[in-house]
Design a protein around this ligand. Structure first.
Ligand SMILES: Cc1cc2nc3c(=O)[nH]c(=O)nc-3n(C[C@H](O)[C@H](O)[C@H](O)COP(=O)(O)OP(=O)(O)OC[C@H]3O[C@@H](n4cnc5c(N)ncnc54)[C@H](O)[C@@H]3O)c2cc1C
Length: 341
């Protein structure tokens, strides 16, 4: 089977690697943008990985991916996995038991549900709404998605994948790929895994954008005395973050900028100021904002990186919605199996 994959982020790279190693072995052509240095989502991603998500549907692929990374010397090395634990704080009244049970099935003994006072006692939160609940995970931390993508691309090439450093101009329903230099190449399967560039490429190809859209994501590297706090999400304030290798703390808040152009991303300074204000209020410490990193991702409702059909032989593999670093290991295995079935 001849397969073309468009995009060399974590989604395209891991799918190419999985497809080339599958029984029967597909002949895979992977098309990257050829720039080598673009600030795609996989390059700037915060790389937080944990098993727990607020829904069972989202927890499954995250916990499965993390279990596979932890259980594999190769994936631990490729991804640069650092196990620091994780904290996920939910609003009052949320029920964490079902997703926490899913985490437990993949990562036994990792997740513990704690109440508001447990969070305030163990982590540097000054304030949390009454009746908040949280999930503390032992087996969680962060990876480097860029390092994972680079290693997967190298391994894919070693497994026989042909990497074309040539941007794709259009995809067609044949299915085929038209490279920007005018060649038309036909395949049995074509997969668009171009992250936030996917809607643009589909529109340029006069294909339905199929519910995919882009959204701004940014975080700021801050100076803040947050000893004892590892990777965290606080749904009450919206804050998320993790300690950064350079000694600072990476902090972010969700953006509401939809439909952004991935080629013209710039920091939202007002959002960066809100991050500092919110962190000062929640943690009660001084917070100084340094560099802000802005990029975007491809979103889908329901959220999740998965293979979606656009017609016979033509698919997308995107829609990670700001969270595919967590799920790509499991999602790429499932997608390769479905693609080659
Ligand atoms: C700032 C930020 C922080 C994040 N933090 C986290 C986190 O902590 N945890 C988590 O789980 N997730 C996080 N994410 C989300 C996660 O990083 C993304 O979901 C994931 O990296 C998306 O990978 P991708 O391969 O789909 O897209 P990308 O990494 O964007 O890759 C798409 C690739 O396709 C290429 N391409 C585009 N058009 C073409 C074309 N025409 N021809 C050839 N190639 C093309 C692009 O150049 C790019 O290299 C974060 C994202 C951002 C932006």
């Amino acid at each position: 089977m001849r397969v073309a994959i468009v995009g060399g982020g974590i989604a395209g790279a891991l799918l190419a690697w999985r497809a080339a190693r599958a029984p029967g072995g597909a002949a895979v052509d992977l098309f990257t943008d050829g720039t080598g240095g673009r600030a795609d989502a996989s390059r700037v991603s915060g790389g937080l990985v944990r098993g727990f998500e607020p829904t069972v549907a989202a927890t499954g692929p995250a916990a499965e991916s993390l279990a596979e990374i932890r259980g594999s010397d190769v994936l631990r090395e490729w991804s640069g996995y650092r196990e620091t634990g994780a904290l996920y704080v939910l609003p009052a009244g949320a029920d964490a038991r079902e997703p926490a049970a899913v985490v437990d099935a993949y990562l036994p003994g990792s997740a513990e549900i704690v109440g508001r006072d447990g969070v305030i006692g163990a982590f540097p939160f000054r304030t949390l709404p009454a009746d908040s609940v949280a999930v503390v995970e032992r087996h969680a931390g962060h990876i480097s998605p860029h390092r994972l993508r680079t290693a997967a691309l190298r391994a894919a090439a070693g497994a026989g994948v042909t990497v074309h450093e040539a941007p794709v101009g259009e995809v067609t329903r044949d299915p085929a790929v038209r490279t920007a230099d005018g060649r038309t190449l036909r395949y049995d399967r074509v997969v668009v895994a171009a992250g936030a560039w996917t809607p643009k490429l589909l529109a340029r190809s006069r294909l339905p954008v199929a519910g995919l859209r882009t959204k701004h994501i940014q975080y700021s590297l801050c100076e803040a005395p947050l000893e004892g706090l590892g990777p965290f999400v606080d749904e009450n304030s919206g804050l998320y973050g993790r300690p950064h290798e350079d000694g600072g703390f990476l902090l972010g808040l969700p953006s509401d900028r939809w439909g952004v152009d991935p080629d013209t991303m710039a920091p939202d300074e007002a959002l960066a100021r809100r991050v500092a204000e919110s962190a000062r209020r929640v943690f009660g410490v001084p917070v100084a904002v340094g560099r802000t990193v802005a990029s975007c991702d491809c979103y889908h409702d329901p959220a999740g990186l998965e293979l979606r059909s656009l017609g016979p032989g033509l698919h997308t593999f995107t829609g990670g919605s700001g969270g595919a670093a967590k799920t790509v290991v499991a999602a790429s295995r499932k997608a390769a199996a479905a693609l080659l079935a």
